[in-house]
Design a protein around this ligand. Structure first.
Ligand SMILES: [Zn+2]
Length: 128
């Protein structure tokens, strides 16, 4: 193991307070939030379990970078909306599309600065 890697090798957390691994050396059950999301999971109440540390080689931003890891064994499936939640969302969206002047579903979300559908806004301008 190279010296750079050994610097961030701390599986027990003796040095960094939480288990710490160098880039690409974390155990397979520890995933980043992005990796959990890609697998259809969420952390599910668990805190950060471990971290990956690596020296950034980005120009102008030297220093140590960190990625937090979560244990896939404590992860839960991503929450999906219940039928009742979906119904409420559909209602709210329908309300945002319904013009208060002509009472029609415009088929798009009404522009907030007009407060009406585009047809009614045009008619109002002609009348004014
Ligand atoms: Zn209208």
């Amino acid at each position: 193991m190279s010296r750079i890697r050994a610097r961030f090798w701390d599986p027990t957390g003796a040095k960094y307070a939480i288990p710490t691994y160098p880039w690409r050396m974390s155990p397979p059950h520890l995933l980043t939030l992005r990796q959990l999301t890609a697998a259809g999971l969420r952390p599910g109440g668990q805190g950060v379990q471990a971290q990956i540390l690596w020296a950034s080689r980005r120009h102008g931003a030297p220093g140590v970078r960190v990625a937090y890891l979560y244990d896939v064994r404590f992860a839960l499936p991503k929450r999906t909306a219940t039928p009742r939640q979906l119904e409420a969302l559909a209602k709210a969206n329908a309300a945002r599309r319904t013009c208060p002047v002509c009472r029609r579903d415009a088929g798009y979300v009404l522009p907030r600065h007009l407060g009406t559908c585009l047809d009614c806004a045009d008619a109002g301008e002609v009348a004014a």
